[in-house]
Write a new protein. Structure first.
Length: 312
């Protein structure tokens, strides 16, 4: 009788173990989602986008792999190949250049991996599920209009451009050119690529002030370089020059409040990262999406700077 009871207890224990092991996969539920985020981290703006993407992925129970292409098209193309080999469920892509990544997106299409384009544009000839980001062109128009107002619609201006050939550079330069059509008395005397190098801006401003003593304004692709231009002008005793940036960083907003920077357009990199992750998960789950999810990019000047908080 004792042996029988022992046998029954052992049998019950084995059955309970089987039940637990069988139920365990059901408890874990859905397959873990893995998203690749191919971008650049060469500026605080992009680093803040990374923060938003990581945090949103954690909140939604997904894993995200962030890859830094360092503004190198070939490097990003290889990184996309790596993501395909890893079998990721979706890719969020900040294209280093519009046309340089078309074939890579085609490869993602062939692998049936949904693509969300973030912040920058991709060239024709490939498919993506949706785009999300601040409208870079509209942000450039916003900053250009702030500058035109600040200089009274006339005078010489200079443009500092980011990496030539990138989507933002093309959009922001076009924005300035389009706005200037309404201001025939404004003359763009030089366009200088700053390539994200503050020291290059400072050095160039010194030369420009000597070359163009009547310079009225500076239009800069990016807040960090706008601040560098502002510091160079102040050091040269030219506080009268109007300077606008783009992005809406903490330092830029503080400078606008202090009166050392004229204005900027408010982009939201953290929200761009979050939005990309949200859309990728929806695409993975088969939800029908719109083609574009724009994020607002309002103007910031001394009059309204207190209403904004920089994201980077």
């Amino acid at each position: 009788m004792i042996r029988l009871n022992r046998f029954c207890l052992v049998l019950m224990f084995v059955i309970s173990l089987c039940a637990f092991s069988c139920s365990k996969p059901q408890a874990s539920g859905k397959k873990e989602i893995h998203i690749g985020f191919a971008m650049t981290l060469n500026d605080p703006y992009w680093q803040n986008m990374q923060i938003g993407a990581r945090d949103e992925a954690t909140k939604l129970g997904a894993t995200v792999t962030i890859l830094n292409a360092e503004e190198d098209v070939q490097k990003q193309a290889q990184q996309i190949n790596d993501l395909i080999a890893q079998g990721v469920d979706a890719v969020c892509l900040v294209p280093m250049k519009p046309d340089g990544l078309v074939n890579s997106v085609r490869a993602l299409n062939a692998a049936k991996i949904p693509v969300i384009i973030v912040n920058r544009q991709i060239g024709d000839g490939c498919d993506y599920v949706a785009y999300t980001g601040t409208d870079t062109y509209a942000g450039g128009v916003t900053s250009a209009k702030i500058l035109m107002t600040a200089i009274g619609g006339k005078g010489q201006i200079v443009e500092f451009q980011q990496v030539l050939g990138t989507g933002p550079q093309i959009a922001r330069s076009k924005a300035l050119a389009d706005v200037m059509k309404d201001y025939p008395d404004v003359k763009l005397v030089e366009q200088i690529p700053h390539e994200g190098n503050d020291a290059k801006v400072v050095a160039a401003v010194g030369t420009l002030l000597s070359k163009y003593p009547d310079l009225k304004g500076i239009y800069v692709h990016g807040d960090p370089q706008a601040l560098a231009a502002s510091q160079a002008c102040i050091a040269a005793g030219r506080k009268d020059i109007a300077i606008v940036g783009m992005g809406g960083s903490v330092r830029a907003i503080d400078a606008i409040k202090a009166g050392t920077l004229t204005g900027t357009s408010y982009q939201q990199p953290e929200e761009e990262g979050r939005s990309g992750i949200r859309l990728a998960i929806k695409a993975i789950n088969g939800e029908k999406l719109e083609k574009s999810y724009p994020i607002a990019c309002p103007p910031i000047t001394h009059d309204n700077a207190d209403q904004f908080h920089g994201q980077f």
